[in-house]
Design a protein around this ligand. Structure first.
Ligand code: GAR
Length: 194
């Protein structure tokens, strides 16, 4: 008997380069399908990427994320099995964590537990890493719980930093690791979940 595909919803607030990689990776997958892209910003670049790939999109305003009925109804109507955060900058509300226990992935552009928590996202992370004079950085893929950047870590990858690297250079090195590994780790975790 043929297994049904696991359905993913990607949540993203920005440009969506990770979302693009994930959409491309699963385009011909027999086990996983990207069904929906959700954003809290109506002009987020990720929405264009989704449209170009024929993937349905949903814009939910910041205040409405807190309202349990709307988003959960939309996700259930589409039989979503997993949520993938890809540059999603709002705290995931507790009702969503409860509805998708150990089924929400996040990627963070540093080696957690360092440089995580509220306010630590995007360029703020790389500026803090630079200011601390770190000789390495990297990225962390983890499951999401009720606290920013605190869920179980699934995978980390590291890159070496040079003293002359700017925050932008660090961001480039880290993003290359994100693009290389995120979809693979999602696939491995989903296909190995009983
Ligand atoms: C990525 O570097 C991701 O790790 C980071 O935002 C960027 C999004 O890029 N996420 C966070 O900082 C979450 N705390 P993208 O829109 O090009 O995928």
């Amino acid at each position: 008997m043929q297994q049904e595909k696991q359905q993913i919803a990607i949540f993203a607030s920005g440009g969506g380069s990770n979302a693009r990689k994930i959409i491309e990776y699963f385009k011909n997958s027999e086990t996983i399908a990207v069904q929906l892209v959700v954003s809290n910003k109506k002009d987020a670049g990720v929405l264009d990427i989704a449209h170009a790939s024929g993937i349905e999109t949903l814009v939910i305003h910041r205040a409405d994320f807190a309202r349990e009925d709307q988003l959960l109804t939309e996700l259930r109507a589409r039989n979503i099995d997993y949520i993938v955060l890809a540059g999603f900058l709002l705290l995931v509300p507790t009702y969503l964590v409860a509805a998708f226990p150990q089924r929400i992935f996040n990627i963070h552009p540093a080696l957690l537990p360092k440089y995580g928590g509220k306010g630590m996202y995007g360029h703020f992370v790389h500026e803090a890493v630079k200011a601390a004079g770190e000789t390495e950085s990297g990225m962390t893929i983890h499951l999401v719980n009720e606290q920013y950047d605190k869920g179980d870590i699934l995978f980390q990858a590291r890159c070496t930093l040079m003293p002359e690297d700017s925050p932008e250079d660090i961001a480039r090195k880290v993003l290359a690791l994100e693009h290389r590994y995120y979809a693979e780790v999602i696939e491995k975790t989903i296909t190995e979940t009983p």
